[in-house]
Design a protein around this ligand. Structure first.
Ligand code: MLT
Length: 309
């Protein structure tokens, strides 16, 4: 005889399709990572998992729509180091609280940033870029994915470390920003490796440096900024969120599906081939993501970064 209230609670299972809001344009890094894991998440959740791109305002438009429209874990959000880290420091009144308004589900991938330029500039290294940017001032254009985005944070850091004043061109994501770099409409893009690696491999853009202290395994000939004397530390990451106060069984189900997807050989290979770092079991928990968000918000708020408006 089974008595109600005894034994483990039944695991939550979705009973219809899961909508994943990606707050940037299709084709960019957030979208690419979300689509890679969504396929395998769907297999284990036994429901379709579909991507809904709602770009604008450096991610804030999609994040706010998520907060308005998510009632349970049938609607999820992909946030990143911009929307859930740098945004409060980069613009005033983002309209949501990255720490308090969400329930962390899990980290999907960490993605090193790469400083790239249009080949027509003829620039071969970071020192050359800094000279050119100083000479040309606001005639140079840096593309980014909107105020508060990862690429915007990177652009601000580059300018403050060089002391330059290049013009900033805003896009709905670095998918469209990369298209304009390839079309020679802008000069510079600092982007997550997963978006830019294929264009680097095809020599359609010139990679000058990987941001941080170590090189990327997929770009062994590209120097790390740390080797070049630029002590800029920033590592982008993309993660899944539900709304705050989401019951633990719902979070556990979605986290398990995400972990399954990240351990699947096909999605793993696709992410690794694009240069992403996949979190291990410890880094992949909801608690680890909640801690990361808090640390990033605090880190970006430090005044020494001198990137406030
Ligand atoms: C960013 O710069 O924040 C991202 O690249 C956004 C995107 O996924 O397009």
């Amino acid at each position: 005889l089974l008595l109600a209230g005894h034994g483990p609670a039944a695991a939550w299972q979705p009973d219809r399709a899961i909508r994943v809001i990606v707050p940037f344009a299709a084709g960019g890094p957030s979208d690419t990572i979300a689509r890679i894991v969504a396929t395998e998440m769907s297999a284990v959740l036994h429901q379709p998992v579909y991507i809904d791109n709602i770009p604008g305002a450096g991610g804030a438009t999609g994040v706010k729509r998520f907060l308005e429209e998510a009632y349970d874990s049938h609607t999820l959000l992909v946030g990143h180091m911009g929307t859930h880290g740098a945004a409060p420091a980069l613009k005033s009144d983002i309209g949501y609280d990255p720490v308090k308004d969400f329930a962390a589900i899990g980290l999907a991938a960490s993605t090193p940033m790469v400083i790239t330029v249009a080949p027509k500039l003829g620039v071969k290294d970071l020192a050359g870029l800094s000279v050119l940017m100083r000479t040309r001032g606001s005639e140079m254009h840096i593309a980014h994915a909107g105020q508060g985005s990862v690429s915007h944070a990177a652009a601000m850091l580059l300018q403050s470390s060089f002391g330059t004043t290049a013009a900033l061109s805003s896009y709905q994501g670095t998918g469209p920003a990369l298209n304009d770099l390839l079309a020679d409409k802008v000069d510079i893009l600092i982007d997550q490796i997963v978006n830019i690696a294929p264009a680097i491999a095809a020599k359609r853009v010139q990679a000058l440096a990987v941001v941080g202290s170590r090189r990327s395994e997929i770009l062994p000939s590209v120097a790390a900024t740390g080797e070049l004397g630029f002590n800029v530390e920033m590592n982008a990451w993309n993660a899944f969120f539900a709304k705050k106060d989401t019951p633990p069984d719902e979070i556990a189900t979605i986290n398990a599906a995400l972990r399954y997807a990240l351990n699947d050989p096909r999605s793993r290979a696709r992410l690794l081939d694009l240069g992403a770092d996949i979190p291990d079991d410890d880094a992949g928990t909801p608690g680890a993501l909640a801690k990361l968000v808090k640390e990033e918000v605090e880190r970006w708020a430090e005044p020494h970064l001198e990137i406030r408006r």
